[in-house]
Design a protein around this ligand. Structure first.
Ligand code: TYM
Length: 332
């Protein structure tokens, strides 16, 4: 059976990269797969968090999932800390993962910075917890943005190592699903950097909760070059910022980058930006309105998460029991 698992960290607000690279794809995939969508609050702990803010963000990300179109009746939506099997399997898998594999992870190197000795052990072990998230449900497909590709390859390696060690075909090797035009949305201020929640400048990203005026301001201030839009996508190759805006437009419009160029070739970016603002507001305003509505009834969000956690727990604890039997861990 095909089963999707994916998740987002409840750190700060979700942005257009999270939406176009992942969340929007989840919405279309929920019709084809049994789907489990997690708010990965344990992953958020790898960097310092304020307790009240973390709690609020967990509910807000839940609201964003639902507002974007994830149906809590058909899909399982829950927060990671509510299902203990993630942490338990993470320990088990960490005992099957050579440190050399983790040393290759580029995201750890970026996030730990120069003072690696001061980085938390959890930041280093983060990809093992991510593997556990996926494997505890024996998920077959994982829709993510491109920045998660290396972590997913590691999850496949860990699953393969476990299967070989116990000579069992137990874990499916999860397939990454990196879909659509915008698998890597770049910063609006620097087309060589990923759009990211951790960028100091709020002008580098469009948040799902930004209002129309803020979106307009950010798009107007977005970096571009002086040339007009070119005729073909090959001509965007050395124009990172131009390429990014064309990519964002195309992803929001549901067309290819070439279709966008066919329409706007020869026009200046000032005009194109106006069309981009209209489109972004048109697509994002209903999501932020619905998020606000959902956030006005936190009790209902908590009920959805509790129901999701119950269903997730049923699957995860049955799989964990099988895993313990395979390993030889005594169960009461
Ligand atoms: P996170 O919270 O950083 O991002 C959530 C999702 O958004 C995608 N994404 C982007 N896509 C395109 N352009 C961007 N600029 C951009 N920024 C973020 C990410 O690829 C991701 O799909 N480790 C994960 C969370 C996680 C997870 C998992 C995902 C934990 N366990 C198990 C899948 C399966 C993370 O930090 O994503």
């Amino acid at each position: 059976m095909n089963r999707i698992f994916s998740g987002m960290q409840p750190t700060r607000q979700l942005h257009l990269g999270n939406y176009l690279g992942a969340l929007r794809n989840w919405v279309s995939l929920q019709d084809q797969f049994e789907s489990i969508f997690c708010i990965v609050d344990l992953h958020a702990l790898t960097l310092p968090q304020d307790p009240a803010v973390l709690l609020g963000n967990t509910r807000e990300v839940t609201a964003a999932y639902i507002a974007a179109g994830i149906d809590p009746e058909r899909c399982i939506i829950f927060n990671q800390a509510a299902v203990a099997a993630h942490s338990e399997l993470s320990w088990i898998l960490s005992c099957h993962t050579p440190m050399g594999w983790l040393n290759r992870m580029t995201q750890f190197k970026e996030k730990a910075g120069k003072h690696r000795e001061n980085a938390a052990l959890g930041l280093y072990a983060y990809p093992v917890l991510m593997a556990a998230d996926i494997l505890v449900y024996k998920a077959t497909h994982v829709p993510v943005g491109e920045d998660q590709k290396q972590h997913l390859e590691l999850a496949r390696d860990i699953a393969g190592a476990f299967n070989r060690h116990y000579d069992k075909d137990f874990f499916p090797l999860p397939e990454p699903q990196i879909l659509g035009e915008a698998t890597r949305v770049m910063s609006l201020r620097d087309g060589t950097k990923k759009m990211s929640k951790s960028d100091e400048s709020d002008y580098s990203r469009i948040n799902l909760t930004d209002d129309a005026d803020t979106i307009a301001l950010k798009v107007r201030k977005a970096k571009t070059d002086p040339d007009p839009l070119p005729e073909s996508v090959e001509d965007l190759e050395k124009r990172a910022e131009a390429d990014n805006l064309v990519t964002i437009y195309s992803a929001l419009a549901g067309t290819s980058r070439q279709d966008t160029l066919d329409r706007f070739a020869g026009q200046q970016f000032s005009g194109f930006k106006g069309a981009l603002v209209d489109l972004a507001v048109d697509k994002l305003a209903p999501i932020s309105t619905e998020m606000n509505r959902l956030m006005s009834d936190v009790g209902e969000i908590d009920r959805i998460l509790r129901r999701g956690a119950d269903k997730a727990n049923a699957i995860a604890s049955a799989n964990l029991a099988d895993i313990k039997d395979i390993i030889g861990l005594l169960r009461p």
